[in-house]
Design a protein around this ligand. Sequence first.
Ligand SMILES: *[C@@H]1O[C@H](CO)[C@@H](O)[C@H](O)[C@H]1NC(C)=O
Ligand SMILES: *[C@@H]1O[C@H](CO)[C@@H](O)[C@H](O)[C@H]1NC(C)=O
Ligand SMILES: *[C@@H]1O[C@H](CO)[C@@H](O)[C@H](O)[C@H]1NC(C)=O
Ligand SMILES: *[C@@H]1O[C@H](CO)[C@@H](O)[C@H](O)[C@H]1NC(C)=O
Length: 140
Amino acid sequence: MHLTTFLPLLTLLTPSLALTTRSPIDPVPSPWNVTHYTEGCSPAACVYTFNISLSNSGTNEPSFSTTCTGNNLTPDFQACEDPAIATREVNGWSNVTLIVQHVYMDGEARFTVTGNHTIVNPGYQAYDFVVVQSEISAVA
Ligand SMILES: *[C@@H]1O[C@H](CO)[C@@H](O)[C@H](O)[C@H]1NC(C)=O
Ligand SMILES: *[C@@H]1O[C@H](CO)[C@@H](O)[C@H](O)[C@H]1NC(C)=O
Ligand SMILES: *[C@@H]1O[C@H](CO)[C@@H](O)[C@H](O)[C@H]1NC(C)=O
Ligand SMILES: *[C@@H]1O[C@H](CO)[C@@H](O)[C@H](O)[C@H]1NC(C)=O
């Protein structure tokens, strides 16, 4: 059986409940911690790299720490060194939006958590920021 639901993050409970239950008191996970985000562009593409980690989410989302690299031409998610994490970028006007995805199993359920952060005038200067998880889906 495959069930897919898209829930606002506040509705996340345990895997067995996530598909059916909505509660305003569910814990909100700590955001992902991005350090040393840089982007460099050539005529071919812009390539970005950064470190990203989660040390203690406060939820069932497992901790991780990895290095990600991607480019702004590839529409698909590009795996980080830890392939549970993947990223892609959407070009704006004088900005880019970095989209981060974390896939993990909890019991029988496969969770996909997504968040994004818009960087204005990206460049070689290193940025640190957090990415707030904004959407979650569970497949049981
Ligand atoms: C992000 O990581 C840095 C370096 O480890 C740490 O100082 C900072 O407190 C972390 N921020 C968050 C929001 O976890
Ligand atoms: C990213 O993390 C790796 C592994 O911990 C570390 O060796 C590297 O210096 C970090 N890079 C930056 C730019 O912080
Ligand atoms: C990023 O650029 C888009 C246009 O491509 C604009 O609509 C959006 O407001 C910009 N976001 C920020 C945070 O500057
Ligand atoms: C970024 O996340 C917000 C929710 O916080 C969502 O509305 C928006 O569509 C996302 N942007 C992209 C480019 O995925």
